[in-house]
Design a protein around this ligand. Sequence first.
Ligand code: PFF
Length: 463
Amino acid sequence: MAKRATTPPARGSWAGKMGFIMAAAGSAVGLGNLWKFPWMAYKNGGYGEAEPYGAGAFVLIYLLSVVVVGLPVMIAEIVIGRRSGKDPVGAFEALRPGSLWKWVGALGVLTGFLLLSYYGVVAGWTAFFLLKSVTGSLTVTPDAGKEIFAQFTASAPMQVAWMAIFVLLTAAVVIGGISKGIERVTKILMPGLLIMVFWLFFMVMGRENASSAYAYMFYPDFSHVTASLVLDAMGQAFFSLSLGMGAVITYGSYLGKKDRIVTCAVSVTFLDTLVALVASLVIFGVLFHLNLQTPGDGQGNLFTAIPAIFSQLEGGTTLVIVFFLLVTFAALTSTVSLLEVVVSYFIDERGWSRKAAVVKVSAAVFLLGIPSAFSFNVLGDTKVFGMTFFALFDYLCANWSLPIGGLLITIFAGWILTSKETEDEINTHRPIHAFWKFCVRYIAPIVVLLVLVGIIAGVGGSE
Ligand code: PFF
């Protein structure tokens, strides 16, 4: 595969298009797919009510949002990244020098840093639960599962230690650079993840009553559509595709000039959506098979209810191990992308070496992660604006930073960049470019604005 010619070799690049697709899909597929999407579908699907109406309407609106908002914004981010060949701050500065646009990049880098600090805590949980599943201690009743989780999160040293382990793991991948670190690892983990999710799918869906999950997920009943459902679906599409903070700008900056942006964006979007849907079918399939009314305590907690549910199946011990391997892979490829955003800033803008950037940024992430790790124990009662540090950071990133960043990115791509610039990069059939331009100019900003208004009005969004 051709190496990019315009970037100095020191900056690194993907060895090929597949490297970008696997890494970007790795960023997109994360806890958002495996935990939040099934929970959102469940929350908006009415499962367990006297007359369950299903999550079909939510899923359909989600898919629509992915196509008319997610995909165009992803293309926009790749365009910005590849055209500039820079980190998010440098990208806006290179494309519109001396303007205020570089602050959009700065917001992205800051968001990546903050997001990683608390996402790393939950990622640490996945690694701990993987270990627990291997030792067989997760094959338990729902109550015992809750007890394991409660004890684990109540221990401040355990929280800090597992967060540290995960940050170290992430740093070990990112320090290897683009093709030798991130590309090499994601090219193994992502196919592994796909094999595992499909393996679980085949293990579960043939069981009695499990196939009811199809109707639950795909039969749309529009009589139950509410503003909150629509906002949840649109917000989820955004978070799940890793949009709004420059993760895709950063990965796009390492993309070869010959690689087709639309093909890359469609592949990443497709893989992300596929994993969300298949993982949900697995989870709902198990619920229908066991005829359970609710996946544990409301949110269907990934760490309590799901292992307990799997344990009740024949071959459950193995299924739980595969499940947590899947979640850990997904979390790792997402944390890697978050760290790379911040690291690329220090390499490109501050002239740091990759090694120095990874070591210093990881140390800072670890320190910033401590208040989040303590939010479940020693700082559990310390509230800022009524939220623990963990909840506050999540609220700031998911509800504010990503949508605001996303809105500004669509405005930049749709209204500031010229058609000549974007056509040059996207390099596809004119009608496709025209459709993209229309989405990024009108539909995407309006939709993201609606999400923000909804959040301000307190409808939908993360809680
Ligand atoms: N897309 C990830 C998930 O679904 O878990 C979360 C995420 C990763 C959001 C990286 C933003 C980002 F830049």
